[in-house]
Ligand binder design. Structure first.
Ligand code: ATP
Ligand code: MG
Length: 570
């Protein structure tokens, strides 16, 4: 890791670190710490996964251990190589490297062999009940379950049926393999859970070799144990599955397939972010239904979307560290994510000037062809050096920075008002030019040549400082402004009969096509990040071409959303 995430020494240990510490004291794993990040390759990673990645890799880094990357590809139908590649790219981009890479499908044979062992020892059986019958027999939280009539099949019969399932003698869905645990258990997960089902589906790695596929609860623990994972961190919804995780591993340890100590499952609260959705299934729908352009649309909470938007790996890691590790589900304000990126870019982004909605100014007492060269700082910290700007007779300022009839305390341009063009000079608005419809199309101003560099020698006060771009030197660009993808804090919190897509924000993207940039941005390349003075942080989009630059606004300078909310309250 190259840069700063707060070191754990600087804060109290979280409950997972407490567990790892305790295991070190007792030398449970002989001092080893090996975690894993186990995504299902059925979509691109999102910021919730970033949380899990930072947690797993961070823990390993802290304790001198390692982390495996494991593609949890036991479900054949939804998985794709495209996703596998993107997952590798995203984890690496976040700044982490894995000890080894695995696919759960590599364990299909082992999983099958262990399943035969469980059958032989009477711990698993083939059940012919239909899906709905299984559900009915299982009962619910208030009623106890009922044994399947197939629970009493002999081990020999079960083994024979299981082998024939594998050989393709039975139709999809006609039989399943179930663990024989306890149909009366208060924990529904222990009521003879499914281990294998028949599924004639092409698998992205094993092709058509298998007709039966293991289920998550069985496959996950075995995969962890195969890799000798010490701490298997997952999200809270698996808390009730932990007894099952332990049960499978205990049986296999009894069969001498694994040595103790076995991996330990630890659950933490998943990350939820306001104004977005986070499940891959829903993110896929946003892509498929065209609400966004692709998984890397800068409005998406995906890692590739955030990267394209201009987020840095350090900002994402710091955000995850700030969120912390909790045992109870909650929502994290997206403002915290925006804070994290502002904080990082403030330090590193060079300042530039860009005018998003240009209004032309003619400086009447500046001669045609007269050009003043100015040297301005790239950043408040002088270490970042300087760049050159040019002042000439025509400049662009932001349309919003002029008011014909200004409100009180207006320090920007208005008839007769004097303002500073940042880093350049003072100008005074003398005249307004309108078109037939009454729209202001141009301002006529005069400049004070003595103020070249920015201030008047007589010390007169000018409060307003505007960003600007010299018209003769400007380059044209497209700028994409983003707003929240949803207008509801929690889009999933829908009224009866409603849909989570009802609160999609129709104004989440605004494209500005006639933006004027200062000339020093000519060579800006995809991924370059800048602060545009007074406007926010921007980065060059991957759609950008040398003669057709495209910028994304990563985040505004201040939280304008909070201001709006403040106003509507007041
Ligand atoms: P999704 O519902 O978004 O598809 P998932 O849990 O099915 O998520 P996996 O690919 O199975 O996604 O997840 C890989 C790892 O990332 C798992 O350990 C999972 O617990 C973790 N993870 C997924 N979403 C979040 C989240 N929102 N916050 C924290 N960890 C998460
Ligand atoms: Mg999943």
């Amino acid at each position: 890791m190259t840069d700063s995430s707060p070191a754990p020494e600087s804060r109290a240990l979280n409950f997972i670190e407490d567990i790892v510490e305790a295991d070190r004291v007792t030398e449970k794993h002989a001092g080893r710490v090996l975690t894993r990040f186990p995504p299902e390759p059925n979509g691109y990673l999102h910021i919730g996964h970033a949380k899990s990645i930072c947690l797993n890799f961070g823990l390993a880094n802290t304790y001198g251990g390692g982390t495996n990357l494991r593609f949890d590809d036991t479900n054949p139908v939804k998985e794709d190589v495209e996703y596998v590649d993107s997952i590798r790219e995203d984890v690496a981009w976040l700044g982490f490297s894995w000890v080894s890479e695995h696919f759960a499908s590599d364990y299909f044979q082992v999983l099958y062999d262990y399943a035969e062992y469980l059958i032989q020892t009477g711990k698993a059986y083939i059940c012919d009940l239909t899906e709905s019958e299984i559900r009915e027999y299982r009962g619910n939280f208030y009623t106890s379950g009922k044994d399947s009539p197939f629970r009493v099949r002999s081990a020999d019969e079960n083994l024979d049926l299981f082998r024939r399932m594998k050989a393709g003698e039975f139709a999809d869905g006609s039989k399943v393999l179930r663990a024989k645990i306890d149909m009366q258990s208060g924990n529904m997960n222990l009521r003879d859970p499914l281990m294998y089902r028949i599924r004639r589906a092409h698998h992205h790695r094993t092709g058509d070799a298998w007709l039966i596929y293991p289920l998550y609860d069985y496959a996950h623990g075995v995969s962890d144990a195969m890799e000798r994972i010490t701490h298997s961190i997952c999200t809270l919804e698996f808390e009730d599955h932990r007894p099952l995780y332990d049960w499978f591993l205990a049986q296999d340890a009894e069969g001498k397939f694994f040595q103790r100590p076995l991996p330990r499952q630890i659950e933490f609260a998943r990350l939820n972010l306001t104004y977005t959705v986070m499940s891959k299934r829903r993110l896929l729908l946003l892509v498929q239904e065209g609400h966004v352009n692709h998984w890397d649309d800068p409005r998406m909470p995906t890692i590739c979307g955030l990267r394209r938007r201009g987020f840095t790996p350090a900002a994402l890691r710091n955000f995850c560290e700030c969120v912390g590790v909790a045992k109870r589900d909650s929502f994290t304000d997206v403002g915290l994510l925006e804070f994290a990126i502002r904080e990082d870019l403030e330090k590193i982004a060079h300042r530039r000037m860009a005018v998003l909605r240009p209004l032309k100014i003619v400086i009447t007492n500046l001669a045609e062809g007269e050009v003043h060269e100015l040297e301005v700082a790239n950043h408040p910290d002088a270490i970042h050096g300087t760049r050159r700007l040019f002042l000439s007779r025509e400049v662009f300022v932001e349309r919003d920075d002029f008011e014909e009839i200004p409100p009180k305390k207006w320090f920007r341009l208005a008839p007769g008002a004097e303002v500073r063009l940042k880093g350049a000079c003072l100008i005074r608005c003398e005249d307004i030019i309108k078109d037939e419809s009454g729209q202001v199309v141009e301002l006529r101003c005069t400049w004070d040549p003595a103020s070249l560099g920015g201030d008047a020698p007589d010390g007169r006060k000018v409060k307003g400082t505007l960003h600007w771009v010299s018209a003769a030197h400007a380059i044209n660009a497209e700028v994409r402004l983003y707003d929240r993808l949803f207008t509801a804090e929690n889009p999933m919190d829908v009224e009866e009969g409603g849909d989570w897509r009802d609160t999609l924000n129709p104004q989440s993207l605004e494209v500005l096509k006639s933006v004027k940039l200062e000339v020093s941005l000519t060579d800006a390349k995809a991924g370059d990040r800048y602060q545009f003075e007074r406007l926010g942080y921007f980065c060059v989009d991957t759609d950008s071409k040398p003669d057709a630059l495209v910028f994304n606004r990563t985040v505004a300078l201040k939280d304008s959303w909070a201001k709006v909310e403040e106003k509507s309250k007041g």
